[in-house]
Design a binder for this molecule. Structure first.
Ligand code: ADP
Ligand code: ADP
Length: 221
């Protein structure tokens, strides 16, 4: 069973076709990069995978479950770093992580997760509304890691991060893959994708332009 199976997915917003007849599968334990320029359909694909958007056509299975049939089952086993994390007003970074632990019924230590993503303990006790983009992204990453997800989905994880943060994301992707998790992440930066991925799908105007191993992709460039 694949970790992610996308079969003939089309998603339209009114007249805009964001994703067009996309089929691809991500194997268990794989680090899979979705590469494409802004507007290529990466976030739309991810949002359908997570059940935030209904497909216009086609189907999506995550960890063996059709997301339109049993979204809760999927959500318990997936960790998501969304493109735009919506903070709860006045909630501290630590409280965001603690809330995610509670929601997932996980037994993580919030401080250990915050330490792993390098969020300063003092900052973690301040409301996330005042965070810099980098701090905010680290908090969102900690939330995504709650409960050792079987599938970690990262939507443009390095956006807004300084070089240390970018390195942190790389390390976390590697560590999660070593633990046996499947990692699916999107980026518009080739270098970022090819450094950590086993395979890469290139999206262009909502269509799959290519799927390849990183070795073959390099050979073609
Ligand atoms: P990416 O993540 O690769 O930048 P998106 O999935 O965000 O791509 O966008 C794909 C296309 O769908 C773009 O043309 C974008 O403008 C359009 N789009 C995305 N979200 C919406 C929306 N809520 N309403 C209308 N069009 C949208
Ligand atoms: P952009 O790079 O698109 O101008 P930012 O760098 O401001 O956006 O933020 C990147 C993402 O992180 C945004 O989607 C935003 O929702 C989120 N974000 C960053 N900092 C905060 C914050 N303090 N409060 C809420 N959201 C934030």
């Amino acid at each position: 069973m694949s970790a992610v199976e996308i079969d003939g997915l089309t998603k339209r917003y009114g007249d805009v076709t964001a994703v067009s007849e996309l089929s691809l599968s991500v194997e268990r334990g794989e680090v899979f990069g979705l590469l494409g320029p802004n507007g290529a359909g990466k976030s739309t694909t991810i949002n359908v995978l997570l059940g935030f958007l209904d497909p216009t056509a086609g189907s999506v299975r995550v960890l063996g479950t059709d997301v339109t049939e049993d979204l809760q089952r999927v959500k318990r086993r997936v960790g998501l770093l969304p493109e735009a994390f919506e903070p709860v007003p006045n909630l501290t970074g630590r409280e965001h992580v603690a809330a995610a632990i509670e929601t997932k019924g996980a037994d993580d230590d919030p401080d250990a997760l915050l330490d792993r993503v390098g969020l300063d303990p003092e900052d973690a006790r301040r409301p996330a509304d005042d965070y810099s983009t980098g701090m905010f992204q680290r908090m969102a990453l900690a939330v995504a890691l709650v409960g050792d997800p079987d599938l970690l989905v990262l939507d443009e994880p390095s956006s807004g991060l300084d070089p240390n943060g970018v390195q942190l994301v790389r390390d976390i992707v590697r560590e999660e893959a070593e633990r046996g998790a499947t990692v699916l992440f999107s980026s518009h930066i080739l270098d970022e994708v090819e450094r950590v991925s086993d395979r890469v799908a290139i999206l262009r105007d909502g269509e799959l332009a290519a799927v390849n191993s990183v070795e073959n992709l390099r050979a073609e460039l």
